[in-house]
Design a protein around this ligand. Structure first.
Ligand SMILES: [Zn+2]
Length: 467
């Protein structure tokens, strides 16, 4: 493959920033520095005045997911192209076996869909049911298929929710295999109780969605999951932390030396629960996801948790639906498909709120958007790094350029955006995936099928430092 020379920019990594050019050859970083020996015929990308950083890793997406009687709006081709336009070059998506279905068989299905991905991808496995069959196949997933993280649900009673007994068994199995358990931590029993109560009171609109899943229920479930992991002696990854109580439980466990990684989403740092009070159903329902957006005070608590390191990765839980799809819940909030988009917006929003907002440094931005996820999911240093030999997954960000986020101009395949009308300063102008220039100043050249599957290795008998 021809070489590419990214010239004139400032390279930002977790360790610091410096004026440097980047030479990419055969899909990997070949050299970083000044006065590089650039081969004749190398393509040149002008990064003057721009920042050059590792491409984003979104550790939490749901492309093409069949759920709640429909299928999410983005498939692996459209969703990953949108990701590329926002500087993200790797996604980790969730395989969701049906109840009783072989997880290995489900992985085959997801790998078929993901073969149209435009950027590299790996998989987590949802533990959607529990039994000896599932437990046995976990070994094959870890050892033969490179799927080394497993998500357990403490929520969704009557669906994905597992009992504490099953979760403890699952955590023990992860420990045995060197796999990383993940949890969706909300108290499903109490949510079911509140949903029934609200519906009985005639509260059927989207505002009841948030009322049925209060932050205390996330706090309780997070503490329970942390306690189970600590007792069993296995690390833990907590997805989409939205509540102050949950962030506190994770921070306290980390300070005791428990290996635990907390993920939050940009939306939880910026959007509060007032969105559910909108009289416009499409607006309110467009924000329905689980956990829901929280009362204002939680936003500040999450920022402090990011600054202190209690929370250390950001994902999107990209799971987008159209307005029409959300209308399935017009009569009943429990039927509104759960999920919001955002795979395209994560870096822009985090740069605007975090770096421009004076809360995080550009170096920390790199940790929060790629480095920490790369370590937590064993992709480091192939991903999340611009060291010589790392995959040439690169973004070039122009810190002076502005853009207004909108459903009308996004590449995500939906007519709704939780970021509608927000202006960000700092725009990704170029994205490279393994050296291929897939986003070139407004020109989206992402090609379905370019992305490769990323098998990951287990952590071994002794868990290494995660993040
Ligand atoms: Zn999710």
């Amino acid at each position: 493959m021809a070489a590419t020379w990214i010239a004139g920019g400032t390279v930002v990594t977790e360790e610091g920033r410096r004026r440097a050019d980047l030479l990419v050859r055969d899909g990997v970083v070949a050299a970083v520095g000044l006065s590089l020996d650039v081969p004749a015929g190398a393509a040149r990308i002008d990064a003057g005045g721009c920042l050059v950083m590792p491409g984003g890793i979104d550790p939490h997406t749901h492309m093409q997911l069949p759920t709640m009687g429909t299928v999410v709006a983005d498939d692996f081709a459209s969703g990953t192209a949108a990701a590329a336009a926002g500087g993200t070059t790797t996604i980790l998506d969730f395989v969701g076996p049906e109840r009783g279905q072989s997880p290995v068989e489900a992985l085959d299905t997801w790998r078929g869909w993901a073969s149209r991905s435009t950027i590299d991808y790996g998989f987590h496995m949802t533990v959607s049911w529990w039994g000896p069959g599932f437990s046995a196949e976990m070994a094959r997933l870890v050892q033969a298929h490179g799927v080394t993280s497993f998500k357990f649900f403490l929520a969704y009673k009557g669906g994905l929710m597992l009992s504490d007994e099953e979760i403890v068994k699952g955590f023990l199995r992860c420990r045995e295999l060197g796999a990383l358990p993940q949890v969706h931590a909300e108290n499903g029993e109490l949510i079911a109780h509140l949903q029934a109560k609200l519906l009985a009171e005639g509260r059927t609109g989207p505002v009841a969605h948030a009322l049925s899943r209060p932050p205390e229920l996330e706090g309780e479930a997070t503490l329970r999951a942390v306690t189970m992991a600590e007792t069993v002696g296995v690390p833990l990854y907590v997805v989409h932390v939205s509540a102050a109580q949950a962030a506190r439980a994770i921070g306290e466990a980390r300070s005791r030396g428990v290996k635990i990684v907390g993920e939050t989403l940009p939306g939880f740092l910026a959007i509060d629960d007032s969105v559910y009070a909108s009289p416009d159903f499409d607006q309110a329902a467009g924000h329905v996801m689980s956990p829901p957006y929280r009362p204002k005070g939680h936003l500040e608590a999450l920022w402090r948790a990011l600054e202190s390191g209690a929370l250390s990765t950001t994902g999107t839980d990209h799971c987008c639906f159209t307005r029409e799809q959300k209308r399935a819940g017009l009569e009943r909030f429990t039927l509104i498909p759960n999920g919001c988009g955002g795979v395209e917006d994560r870096l822009h929003v985090l740069w605007q709120l975090g770096v421009n907002g004076g809360r995080i440094t550009p170096e920390k931005f790199v940790s929060l958007t790629s480095g920490n996820a790369a370590r937590a999911f064993h992709l480091w240093p192939r991903k999340g790094s611009l060291a010589v030999g790392s995959d040439a997954d690169v973004l070039v960000l122009d810190p002076t350029r502005e853009k207004t986020l909108s459903a009308r101009t996004q590449h995500q395949r939906t007519d709704f955006s939780v970021w509608e009308g927000r202006t960000v300063k700092g725009v990704v102008v170029h994205t490279l995936s393994r050296g291929r220039h897939i986003w070139a100043d407004g020109d989206l050249r992402a090609e379905p099928g370019w992305g490769r599957f990323l098998p990951r290795r287990p952590f071994g008998p002794v868990y290494e430092r995660l993040v």
